[in-house]
Design a protein around this ligand. Structure first.
Ligand code: S3P
Length: 173
C-alpha cells in the first residue's frame, strides 16, 4: 500500500497522528527525527549545535530517499522536511502527503515547555511561531495532497478526517 507522509509545522501533531493511524491500519511508523537521532547518535539540539542546520537537512534528504524503498509505512516528517523541493519530490513518489495545520496560539500551547526544538530556542512565543509559519506556508501547502486542520479536534477526529480525505476508509475495519 502507498505510504502516508505526515507534514506540518512543529507541534501540529504529526507524531501523535502517526501513532494512532499506525495502530488503526497496522502500518509501521517511521519518525524521521527519531531515525536521524539514532543514526547520528545525538539529540536534535546536539546535531544542530555541533554540525549546523544544513547538515541536519542533508540527513533528512538522505533518509527520505532511503524511505522510498519502503511500502505501507507512515512517515512522520520533521517540521522542516517539506522546505526542500527535492524532499517533496521524494515524498510524492510513493506516498500520499497529509498536511496538518494549527494556529500559532495552538502550537505555542502544545510545545511551550519543550526544549528539544533548536529553531525555537529563545523564541518560544506566538509572534515568532506565527512569522516562521508564514514564511513556510506556501511550501507546506504546495506539498500537500490533503490538508487537515487540527485546532480544537480530538486525535480520533483528526484521523477520521484523514481516512475520509485519503479514501482509506474501506481498509479500516
Ligand atoms: C524542525 C522541526 C523538528 C525537527 C527540527 C527542525 C523544523 O521536528 O525536525 O527541530 O525545522 O520545523 P518536529 O516538527 O517533529 O518538531
Amino acid at each position: 500500500m502507498e505510504n502516508i507522509v505526515l507534514i506540518g509545522f512543529m507541534g501540529t501533531g504529526k507524531s501523535t497522528v502517526a501513532k494512532t493511524l499506525g495502530k488503526m491500519f497496522q502500518m509501521k511508523i517511521v519518525e524521521m527525527d527519531q531515525e536521524i537521532v539514532s543514526q547520528e547518535d545525538m539529540t536534535i539540539p546536539e546535531i544542530f549545535s555541533k554540525h549546523g542546520e544544513e547538515y541536519f537537512r542533508n540527513c533528512e534528504t538522505r533518509l527520505l530517499m532511503d524511505l522510498q524503498k519502503k511500502e505501507n509505512v507512515i512517515i512522520s516528517c520533521g517540521g522542516g522536511t517539506p522546505l526542500r523541493e527535492c524532499n517533496v519530490i521524494e515524498m510524492k513518489k510513493n506516498g500520499k502527503v497529509i498536511l496538518l495545520t494549527a494556529k500559532p496560539e495552538t502550537i505555542w500551547a502544545r510545545i511551550k515547555d519543550n526544549t528539544d526544538r533548536p529553531l525555537l530556542k529563545g523564541n518560544m512565543n506566538v509572534e515568532y511561531i506565527k512569522a516562521m509559519m508564514e514564511q513556510r506556508r506556501e511550501k507546506y501547502f504546495a506539498a500537500a495532497d490533503v490538508i487537515v486542520e487540527t485546532d480544537g479536534k480530538k486525535i480520533k477526529e483528526i484521523c477520521q478526517e484523514i481516512i475520509e480525505k485519503t479514501g482509506k476508509g474501506e481498509l479500516y475495519v
